[in-house]
Design a protein around this ligand. Sequence first.
Ligand code: CUA
Length: 159
Amino acid sequence: MHMHKFEKAWLTFGVAALIVFLTVLGVSAFYLGNQPPSCLTTINPEKVDTTAPFDKPGLNKVEGKEWDYELVFVASAFSYNPASVQVPLGAKVKVMATTKDVIHGFEVAGTNINMMLEPGYISEIVTTFDKEGEYLILCNEYCGAGHHLMTSKIEVVKQ
Ligand code: CUA
């Protein structure tokens, strides 16, 4: 079979790109352990205020877990509870968030934390804040007339 040299070149490029892509994906998934967040943790959106740990929004110290603190957020149109929270520098924190009404976003500006909060589900991420300062939390899912007002703040402080 005769192939034009450009065709050969493109075919080689395509196969090489595919191998690079699959290698990057494989290393990320199996070696670095990056996985899509599971949506297995559910909650009754009507009973958020009475369901632990969402009955106590804010930073809670925990014992005997892989992380030192649980940072609990409840989102609703158009605010987060708590509206501001202090986190100790360098502590391992599990951020847990859910929403009481519609879909909201949960982006911590300046970090790679960016979650979608869906009614009925708990969104979680384990992280460590290594830099002192204020981190703005914003909603990046359009949720209604007050969407642009919806913010919170994490203050990372030395202790
Ligand atoms: Cu909440 Cu946009």
